[in-house]
Write a protein that binds this ligand. Structure first.
Ligand SMILES: *Cc1c(COP(=O)(O)O)cnc(C)c1O
Length: 395
């Protein structure tokens, strides 16, 4: 390499261990180069062992992506054309797309200032308002934002009252817990993601998780084109081609062994950013409520430009100038042109939605578990320089 400048630091690149290779080679050696196979079965079993706790056995169906798991999960919950489905607004688009793909209409719910996650107050108001209109939504997609589980104690109580099933979008929260209970075990169904940027990866993949073995069985059926038991190809319902490949499940098995280390590393990275930057004027990190143990998938913060000495976009540009990748926090779904016209329930109906401010001023810092200490020092120094009070006072 020539003098191309410092090596780029990426937001959340895949982090392989070498342990994956043996499982992948086994798939080659036995010619199991197909969706389904022994690695898929074992990966599902091993994930079930990881997420289950005494009195709570989880059943898993590995899928081709997290989005596929959400799509499958919502169809298992009976979402149909014309239905309403509640969904966190402050999330990645894949939480909401499957709602539309099933012909249903998303209704978005704001974040809570205290956790940045789904606001129980807004959720209750959404359900009461819709009930007064004679409408009962079919499901709630509750998103564990940036690896932090939702306040499920409050959310489950509200959903029980309104008989509303929860689909937990745990794409970012594998390895996290809420009140000591593992993320991925909440709701009627949960969806995990093993995309390249997630806590663990299969390059692309996901998993549907449920306490109800019937859901996992039905998911397996629907995910393999809904083939009825018959020697010929017999179909009564439209299924999907959503199963995980046996090769990729081998990567997942190797990755899963390192889950605790991966989460510990992301949490250490977040702690170091906070120790270095949280005391700076105008800098606020995503809060971690006492009941939550987050994966810290991405460390996220907001900047108050009046006090921080720079705007979010200026900080992002300063990092980019040193080849450091950062990203604005999610643009809320209710602000997306794709979902123009969809309803949105704010945390406080008298004020602008909380998530609009979190998007306007929010930034995610490089947080991959492979980020080394020296590289993190580069990020911290670049951020410190950008956050230095301006020499010229603003009138
Ligand atoms: C990554 C992600 C998904 C989608 O997962 P894929 O495996 O990429 O399809 C869904 N929801 C959230 C919140 C995500 O971060």
């Amino acid at each position: 390499m020539t003098t191309a400048g410092p090596t780029p630091i990426l937001l959340s690149p895949p982090h392989l261990t070498g342990e994956e290779r043996a499982f992948v080679e086994d798939a080659f050696r036995t010619n199991w180069i197909a969706p389904l196979g022994p690695n898929v079965d074992a990966f599902e079993r091993e994930m079930s062992d990881t997420l289950s706790s005494p009195g709570c056995t989880l059943h898993c169906c590995a899928t081709s992506s997290g989005t596929a798991a959400i799509h499958l999960g919502l169809s298992l919950l009976g979402v149909q054309p014309g239905d309403l489905v509640l969904c966190s607004s402050f999330t990645f688009v894949a939480s909401a797309n499957p709602i539309r793909q099933l012909g249903a209409e998303p209704v978005f719910v704001d974040s809570d200032e205290a956790s940045w996650n789904l606001s129980p107050a807004a959720l209750r108001r959404a359900l009461e308002t819709l009930a007064a209109e004679g409408r009962a939504p079919r499901a709630l997609v509750a998103v564990d934002l940036y690896g932090q589980g939702c306040d499920y104690a409050a959310i489950e109580a509200i959903c029980d009252e309104f008989d509303l099933p929860i689909l937990e979008d745990a794409a970012e929260s594998l390895g996290a817990s809420v009140h000591g209970r593992r993320c991925g075990s909440f709701g009627r169904i949960a969806a995990l993601s093993f995309n390249g940027n997630k806590i663990i990866t299969t390059s692309g993949g996901g998993m549907l998780v449920s306490q109800d073995p019937a859901f996992a069985d039905r998911a397996r059926f629907l995910a393999t084109q809904a083939r009825e038991p018959a020697p010929h190809y017999e179909h009564q319902v439209a299924g999907f081609n959503y199963r995980m490949s046996n090769v990729l499940a081998g990567i997942g098995r190797g990755q899963l062994r390192t889950l605790a280390d991966r989460v510990a590393r992301r949490r250490a990275i977040a702690a170091r950013y906070e120790a270095a930057l949280a005391h700076r004027p105008g800098v606020s990190f995503m809060p971690s409520p006492v009941w939550s143990r987050s994966t810290r998938w991405l460390t996220a913060l907001t900047l108050d430009p009046a006090r921080a000495g720079c705007t979010r976009d200026e900080l992002m540009a300063a990092l980019a100038a040193e080849r450091i990748e950062s990203r604005p926090t999610w643009k809320p779904m209710h602000m997306q042109p794709l979902f123009a016209g969809c309803r949105m329930f704010a945390h406080d109906p008298a004020r602008a939605p909380v998530c609009e401010r979190l998007f306007a001023h929010g930034l995610c810092l490089p947080s991959g578990s492979s980020l080394g200490d020296a590289d993190q020092s580069r990020v911290v120094s670049a951020a410190e320089r950008a956050l230095s009070p301006r020499a010229v006072a603003v009138a």
